[in-house]
Design a binder for this molecule. Structure first.
Ligand code: MN
Length: 535
């Protein structure tokens, strides 16, 4: 806690127990000339938007029940609340139930602001009128805040003032603009629901207050010693990693031809990557049969599916005997339930990992509905993006939380986590219904033909993978292409990033990306939803 108990943040500190909440504890920082602006969408006992303007080293704050708007014809009630520490500008997460403000928070808008017609905004607020020129991503133009009355002061002296918020008739004004129609975080692209569903956003008692705002970026990694040990091996040897001893082979063999950086990717590079992401990847594979797409001769050569766990697999490797298998089908599947098992599979030549969408304890009940936007030869990247945006809009309208990723190859996939229960037939027909609705908007872009050469170069919205033992590539798995691109989870807002490409991240850049943004797919693991009805 800061040493500012009687200063600008005293009220903020009085209301919060920092041994219980992940919110930033905050220290008063001096102005550096750039004034920050943020609006957080906060679902506490009542939904409201917290408008915060940096001034005097803190964030002056108003709770706006209906949210700020670009519409100049409406006046919003804005309750002046206690100043917040500037560290709060990027707080997004879940405040524990029972704590002050308990609920979920997203960074709904952010940017900078400048005071209009005053050099002393703190004095302007004290005097009861502030004009602010805001440069946000959603809100731009001049906001005006005017005090209307001072409510009865409570014992603690925290009388809440009722203010009025409006947007001027300026070039940024938009009649009828509704903040609720723009529900996503400008930081993560997530909705409040998606943030709430993500365990990485929750308060962890073992973490210091203030660090949990970045907790999604905290990714467990193998020890530096383990990675150094791999580099010290010759062409093969025994690697001790994640507490297991693994025989690793052909370490200097080129597995992927060079990508844009001109560097070929060796098997040693590949295993290092796999060990680095394994702690993040394993939760997507654990408890599920894994179909391996093997390329033992490298990504250049033809790969093949390998499903039967080989008899030479170490005893500690997880496995599952499929009770539904016929005599001529795969009997025993690999189940990757610890990081070392994924490294073992990688050494075995599994460049792609395809987990079943059902768990081994209920193999006929999928826990994901899969959407696969699969471009044809004539499909442009812009068309892929537009088809993805239409799916996103459909999910929003249906109230469904969904998790997109680039495939590392050509397309975009969306995984919708569902509560185990509905059959593959139910799931497939729901996915088909949504995708056909989207596809009808662009009949020139989308083909429903089963056979590829009959699709006339058009994209396919492939709902057929929603079937037992059919799979899509796992998040963070590599694809057999030059430079070893990976299938990378993205935030929905990244569809608007001009640099987004299906193969943007490779095994050389994916670990940094993961450290920077965290595991954006994590909600897909736990965010069980009822499969919606769709007709
Ligand atoms: Mn609030």
């Amino acid at each position: 806690m800061g040493a500012d108990e009687d200063g600008a943040l005293a009220e903020y500190h009085r209301k919060r127990d920092f041994s219980r909440t992940a919110e930033p504890a905050g220290e008063v920082t001096p102005d550096d000339g750039r004034l920050r602006y943020v609006v957080q969408r906060h679902r506490a006992s009542h939904l409201h938007y917290d408008l915060r303007l940096e001034m005097g080293g803190v964030l002056a704050s108003w709770a706006v029940p209906k949210g700020p708007t670009l519409d100049p014809s409406v006046k919003r009630l804005a309750m002046h609340v206690e100043d917040h520490p500037v560290e709060y500008v990027d707080f997004e997460g879940v405040i524990p139930k029972g704590e002050y403000g308990g609920g979920d928070v997203i960074v709904w808008d952010h940017g900078t602001w400048t005071p209009h017609d005053t050099a002393d905004p703190v004095a302007a607020v004290r005097a009861g009128e502030l004009h602010a020129d805001v440069q946000g991503e959603k809100i731009r133009g001049r906001l005006v805040l005017i005090r209307r009355s001072v409510a009865e002061s409570s014992e603690g002296g925290d009388g809440r003032e009722s203010w009025m918020l409006l947007h001027k008739h300026d070039e940024f004004a938009v009649e009828g603009w509704d903040p609720e129609a723009h529900p996503r975080s400008v930081l993560s692209g997530r909705t409040n629901d998606e943030v709430r569903a993500d365990p990485a956003y929750h308060w962890h008692s073992d973490r210091p207050a203030g660090s949990a705002a970045e907790s999604t970026a905290e990714v467990e990694v193998p020890s530096g010693d383990d990675l150094a040990a791999l580099d010290e091996l010759g062409a093969e040897g025994t690697w001790e990693v994640f507490g297991r001893r693994l025989k690793v082979t052909n370490l200097d063999k080129v597995l992927f031809p060079p990508g844009e950086d001109g560097e070929p990717v060796t098997k040693r590079d590949f295993l290092r990557y796999v060990a680095t992401v394994a702690p993040t990847s394993v939760p997507y594979l654990a408890g599920r049969a894994l179909n391996l797409h093997r390329y033992p001769s490298g990504a250049d050569a033809k790969g093949f599916w390998h499903k039967e766990l080989p008899s030479h697999a170490p005893e500690w490797i997880g496995r599952w005997d499929n009770p539904l298998a016929d005599a001529d089908e795969t009997q025993t599947y690999l189940v990757v339930d610890e990081p070392a098992a994924l490294v073992w599979a990688a050494n075995f030549g599994a460049l792609e990992w395809h987990p079943w969408t059902s768990r081994t304890d209920a193999p006929e009940c999928p826990t994901y509905a899969l959407f696969d936007i699969d471009p044809g030869e004539d499909t442009t990247w812009d068309q892929v993006l537009d088809l993805a945006r239409l799916h996103r809009t459909a999910f929003e309208q249906l109230g469904v939380r969904s998790y997109p990723k680039v495939t590392g190859s050509r397309g975009i996939q969306v995984w919708v986590p569902i509560d185990s229960g509905p059959s593959f037939d139910d799931t497939r027909s729901w996915v088909e219904g949504v995708s056909r609705t989207v596809g009808r908007l662009h009949p020139d872009w989308v083909s429903w033909k089963w056979v590829k050469r009959e699709r006339g170069g058009k994209a396919r919205l492939d709902y057929t993978q929603n079937a037992i033992n059919k799979t899509l590539v796992a998040p963070y798995a590599t694809r057999p292409r030059p430079g070893a691109p990976v299938s990378m989870p993205i935030g929905w807002h990244e569809l608007d990033d001009p640099d987004l490409r299906p193969g943007r991240w490779t095994i050389r850049t994916a670990p940094d990306r993961l450290r920077a943004v965290g595991d954006l797919f994590r909600g897909a693991l736990v965010d069980d939803q009822d499969l919606p009805a769709f007709r």
